[in-house]
Design a protein around this ligand. Sequence first.
Ligand SMILES: [Zn+2]
Length: 224
Amino acid sequence: MLPVNPHEGWTPLVPDTMPNGSPDMLISPLRPDLCLSYANTLSWRGTRAPAESLRDFAGLLGWLERAAGMDAAAMREVARWSDRQPRRAARVFAEAIGLREALYRVLSRLAAGTPRRRDLAMLQQALADAPVRRHLVEMRSAYAWRIDTSRPSVPHLLAPVLWSAGDLLAAGDRRRLRQCANDACRWLFIDASRNATRRWCDMASCGNRAKARRHYLKAKGGLI
Ligand SMILES: [Zn+2]
């Protein structure tokens, strides 16, 4: 997949020839751990065949609607545009995946210590290019952020992911950031346990598997 090079700029979702651009996008709810969910859309990173849940641009739009709180009407409009511009949509998708991988590297390194400067610079650039959280609008029984998308690009589509990453890095929660102790899994998660000793993304899957394996190895060695 193509790496994102911030110096080359982001591919705009809407070509200059389209006069009105896409409609404003509403984002609600804004999940604080969204950056982790996005980084985790590639599962089983420690295996030879990681499981990809974002296969194409349409898959990305579906995820943005389901997980990131982007409103369905705006996603439909972007989908209609991408049907007309498949090559440009493929470039935007490649940039979105390149940014996901940079984000994963930043967060996984942060869980163990310090991110690499180059990866952090990519995240910083994407955040600088993302729309600001300025317009809070009322919905029927909730509130949403409204972003202007007159010239949308990856930092616009991934705005809630980027905001979430910036908030995580700038807040104390980063000390609770963990990478799953299952080497095949390597998902990222926030350890909300009282004594901050959680090791697995999910006790029912990765945790039990690790316990079962330890038990098996002990039994095999005649230790129990
Ligand atoms: Zn796991």
